[in-house]
Write a protein that binds this ligand. Structure first.
Ligand code: PLP
Length: 365
């Protein structure tokens, strides 16, 4: 998809805010904790290469979800360690080796599927399933067997990790259970790989008692609260992304005029209706009907259906074409966050950012 750069709709990314967020989080971590920056899914919609280039000197390793995301960073010239968090196809191991990309091994069956392929020098992190139920070893016997087999074949098993399912919740009982499982699993191994990591953003923010020696920071780095509005941040973070557009059409309509597909909205009196060039193909979903955007520092309702490329808003007065519209971000004293958008849509801030499509150009300050 081409990015629509000749249209006023933009995602403006403040890279220095991401840097300040990393500094802020690192200030609160135990000394000598490594920082793994999670830049999967195009850095949660912020642009993986731009983000990675900007923060490379602040962090120790990049995490991505698959080999293609790792190769994108290598092709952009990034030399830092990269860990693929998901399961790789066994046939892609030569590519991972050629580009010095660390892989995640999560089962013996996967190792068997590798067959006799050369894995000398391959960097590996072992994944333990301590209660997330997604990927990972569940028995320490199998983990030990994988560890021995990988080492015998010349792989470099440099890390071991797990992932928490409920680190962003006020009730910590399941978290404690998983932590207990992780510690027990590690204690049953004859020798434990050097890097031990269990902390995503939520764990890094709210469970500093269990930072082993590295953290995997995703959403918090981008300035968002992993819990949405459930838990308070222990220290402030700055959202790095704003979504803005402009009024491209405006009119004053008499009473009882229908707006948009289905005629689902009808003017209740004389109303000023403006059109903004963003729609569900940009990731601004149809559920946003009835939500508010900011114009001239004032919340204005989205009226009528959100269509593929355009939506309509109701304004208190006439504004000239080109007037800025803020969908995510601040305008004067008012602010709309990705978390507000997510709450309205019944989802999480992660999804709001990841859904912003390639059609929306990312502009960097
Ligand atoms: C995505 C992901 C992270 C980052 O999660 P955040 O909640 O964004 O910090 C960390 N670890 C794994 C295994 C992940 O898949």
């Amino acid at each position: 998809m081409v990015s629509s750069i000749h249209r006023p709709t933009q995602a403006v990314v403040d890279l220095s805010a991401i840097s300040r967020n990393i500094e802020q989080i690192q200030k609160h971590l135990p000394e000598n904790t490594q920082t793994f920056a999670v830049v999967k899914a195009d850095a949660y919609g912020h642009g993986a290469v731009a983000v990675a280039n900007h923060i490379a000197l602040q962090i120790d390793c990049f995490c991505v979800s698959n080999l293609d995301e790792a190769l994108e960073l290598r092709q952009a010239g990034l030399r830092k360690p990269i860990l693929v968090l998901g399961i790789m196809l066994p046939g892609e191991i030569p590519l991972a080796l050629a580009h010095d990309i660390a892989i995640t091994v999560a089962s013996l069956e996967w190792l068997e599927r590798l067959g006799a392929q050369a894995i000398t020098g391959l960097r590996v992190h072992l994944k333990l399933d301590t209660g997330m139920g997604r990927i990972g070893f569940r028995s320490s016997h199998e983990t030990q067997e994988a560890l021995d087999s990988l080492r015998k074949r010349g792989a470099q098993v440099e890390g071991i990790f797990t992932h928490f399912a409920t680190a962003d919740e006020a009730d910590t009982s399941y978290f404690a259970e998983q932590l207990q499982n992780f510690k027990a699993h590690l204690s049953e191994l004859r020798d434990v790989p050097e890097l031990i990591h269990a902390s995503n953003s939520a764990t890094s923010l709210w469970h500093q008692e269990c930072i082993f020696n590295a953290v995997r920071l995703g959403v918090a780095m981008y300035g968002l609260n992993p819990s949405g509005n459930d838990l308070n941040l222990p220290y402030p973070l700055e959202p790095a992304l704003s979504l803005t557009s402009q009024i491209v059409h405006i009119k004053c309509l008499p009473v009882q005029q229908k707006i948009g597909y289905g005629g689902s909205y009808e003017t209740q009196s004389e109303e000023i209706i403006a059109t903004v060039p963003i729609g569900y193909a940009d990731g601004w979903t149809r559920q946003m009907q009835g939500f508010q955007v900011l114009v001239d520092g004032e919340p204005c309702e989205i009226v009528g259906r959100v269509s593929m490329d355009q939506m309509t808003i109701k304004l208190p007065k006439l504004y000239p074409l080109g007037t800025p519209v803020t969908l995510i971000g601040t305008d004067k004293e008012q602010r709309v966050s990705a978390t507000d958008v997510a709450a309205y849509r019944g989802t999480i801030n992660y999804e709001v950012l990841c859904l912003l499509s390639e059609r929306v150009p990312r502009i960097y300050h």
